[in-house]
Design a protein around this ligand. Structure first.
Ligand code: SF4
Length: 315
């Protein structure tokens, strides 16, 4: 059963230079206890999509169309008070590079306990006890509970962020680039922690990343975003082994495999389009080595092929 359904979501930024269609008709759903990876380069709309799930989009951005149905309720039409209660309690997010946003003058147990006190009527001592348990759960150990952020490594700080985000047992956890900037060994440890927590806390998870190879094993399914749209969606195994969209293929070739054979990397020529005035037709056509005349004129619609949803005239 779907915990989250996103239907025809459109999020635009109204700037002086024009309207940037950061998210332009995105559809996906996530079942309970499932993990979805949202993949793509910077500026493809992944983070804006994730922010929309908690109604964190602020002016000049606005959700202009669509539905976000979470646990049977439409998030877009919720009151501000309902949204406040939902954030951190039912849906939690770990922002990109959020470990740098930990309060430098507050112990980590205190920072975790504050999130609990915001949502639950318990005493400060009870909240601190819960914070210690949470530190054990994320593999830091409660003996470090009185540590300050500067006393922790980057990987440990990321564990603290995940502890804070999961301490109120949310139904949905959003992780924005959870392993970016960490070395390969720590990346593996954090991904293993995410898998553990998913099993123990029955979490449903959205992971945002630019590197498919890093998170493919952690996800059940993957949606590849380009220029505000999902261009391919499939099970993680199938998309990683048999990507159909030229952009998915290019993304996989552009990053090293975290394990497995070494291969020569191939960068994707050019850059994602400016969203204010994107190219006509398929927005990937200026960078696509398969582009044909039709690609420059007509935008491909997403359709089902061999278990994948793919938006490409070739497929
Ligand atoms: Fe490339 Fe054309 Fe497919 Fe776009 S529609 S990805 S330009 S082949």
């Amino acid at each position: 059963m779907a915990l989250l359904e996103v239907k025809n979501l459109k999020v635009y930024y109204f700037t002086r230079k024009g309207t940037a269609k950061a998210v332009d008709g995105v559809n996906f759903s996530i079942d309970k206890n499932e993990t979805l990876g949202l993949i793509g380069e910077s500026g493809c709309g992944k983070t804006t999509t994730a922010l929309s799930l908690m109604r964190f989009v602020t002016p000049p951005g606005r959700i202009v169309k669509g539905k976000i149905v979470f646990d049977g309720r439409d998030i877009i039409s919720m009151s501000n008070e309902e949204i406040r209660l939902l954030r951190g309690k039912e849906i939690s997010i770990v922002f990109q590079a959020a470990q740098n946003a930990l309060n430098p003058v507050m112990t980590i147990e205190k920072q975790i306990s504050e999130g609990i006190l915001e949502h639950e009527s318990i005493t400060e001592d009870e909240a601190l006890e819960r914070a210690k348990n949470q530190l054990n759960l994320v593999g830091i150990g409660d003996e470090r509970s009185k540590s300050y952020p500067h006393e922790l490594s980057g990987g440990m700080k990321q564990r603290v962020m995940i502890a804070m985000a999961t301490v109120c047992n949310p139904k949905l956890l959003i992780l924005d680039e959870p392993v970016t900037g960490l070395d390969v060994i720590v990346q593996r440890q954090i991904l293993s922690l995410i898998n553990d927590l998913r099993a123990k806390l029955h979490l449903t998870i959205v992971i945002i990343a630019h590197d498919l190879s890093v998170i493919a094993e952690t996800c059940d399914k993957i949606a590849v975003m380009y220029a505000g749209k999902i261009v391919e969606q499939a099970s993680a195994v199938s998309l990683y082994k048999n990507p159909m969209h030229p952009y998915s293929q290019a993304l996989i070739k552009a990053y090293p495999s975290i394990k497995g054979e070494k291969k020569k990397l191939k960068s994707i020529p050019g850059a994602p389009p400016r969203l204010v005035n994107p190219p006509p037709g398929c927005k990937f056509h200026p960078r696509c080595s398969y582009a044909a005349d039709i690609c420059r004129k007509k935008e491909p619609i997403i359709r089902e092929k061999e278990g994948h949803l793919v938006a490409c005239h070739l497929n």
